[in-house]
Design a protein around this ligand. Structure first.
Ligand code: JB3
Length: 219
């Protein structure tokens, strides 16, 4: 077995990947490269000095135990894509690391899954559980005892009060607020700036203050 340090590769080379590279550097971790399935159309071949290696096929020759991955697919409505990337590489035996910005405040009394990303200035209070591959984006806040599923995206500045639950693949938009004990169903979208005071069923979009259902699926 080699003693070489594992390669650290970010999947996707867009805006979310850029913020992740910066955060990883603040964690004293250097990214080896990025993959992007549209690498030829990007118009650039480096992100913050890190080379875009090509598409995901670049990973096929690498032993999974010698590579650590970071899911760089953010996307306001890319949760399904993000999930499929995570599950694809997990099935091949790869591991995703947790990315936690040094300025984030994360209670020791909470549990984090695999591949969780907690960006600058985010806040997680005690009793919270955060599922695999979920993003707590810049300045977002989870108050006590919130339960987040997998592949959830809490966009910048979103705030959840105590005992809120958010099921898999839901998206809570920028600056949205959710009052205590509300349940947000799987795959639902809370529009930016909404204030949610009632439970949200799975697969719908809610918007407004107070938030009401405005449609199914995407906004
Ligand atoms: O709002 C904030 C703070 N950030 C946003 C983030 C959460 O979502 C950001 O402003 C963007 O709206 C979005 O960032 P993201 O996901 O980096 O989007 P974009 O800039 O479009 O970059 C995604 C990249 O992933 C594109 O270059 C795609 O070609 C690439 N991609 C898509 N599918 C893929 C795949 N790359 C690989 N390696 N594999 C794929 O399956």
């Amino acid at each position: 077995m080699s003693n070489a340090p594992p390669e650290l590769i970010v999947i996707g080379a867009g805006g979310h990947a850029k913020v992740l590279i910066d955060t990883l550097r603040l964690m004293s971790l250097n990214v080896t490269g990025l993959t992007d399935n549209d690498s030829r159309q990007l118009g650039y071949d480096h992100v913050l000095g890190v080379p875009v290696l090509g598409g995901d096929s670049e990973l096929s020759g690498l032993a999974p135990d010698m590579v650590l991955l970071v899911n760089g697919i953010g996307g306001i409505r890319a949760d399904k894509l993000r999930k499929s990337v995570f599950e694809h590489f997990k099935a091949k035996g790869f591991r995703f690391i947790n990315v936690i910005h040094p300025s984030a405040v994360v209670s020791v009394e909470c549990s984090l899954g695999e591949g969780v990303q907690i960006m600058a200035g985010a806040l997680i209070q005690p009793g919270c559980k955060v599922g695999d591959d979920t993003i707590i984006n810049t300045g977002a806040a989870l108050d006590h005892d919130c339960i987040l599923g997998c592949h959830v995206h809490l966009a910048p500045g979103a705030t959840l009060s105590g005992f809120v639950s958010v099921d898999d693949c839901a998206h809570i938009g920028t600056g949205a607020n959710v009052i205590q004990q509300v349940k947000i169903g799987a795959g639902s979208t809370v529009a930016a700036g909404a204030t949610v005071i009632n439970d949200v069923p799975a697969g719908v979009t809610v918007a407004g203050v107070p938030a009401g259902v405005i449609g199914q699926g995407d906004i």
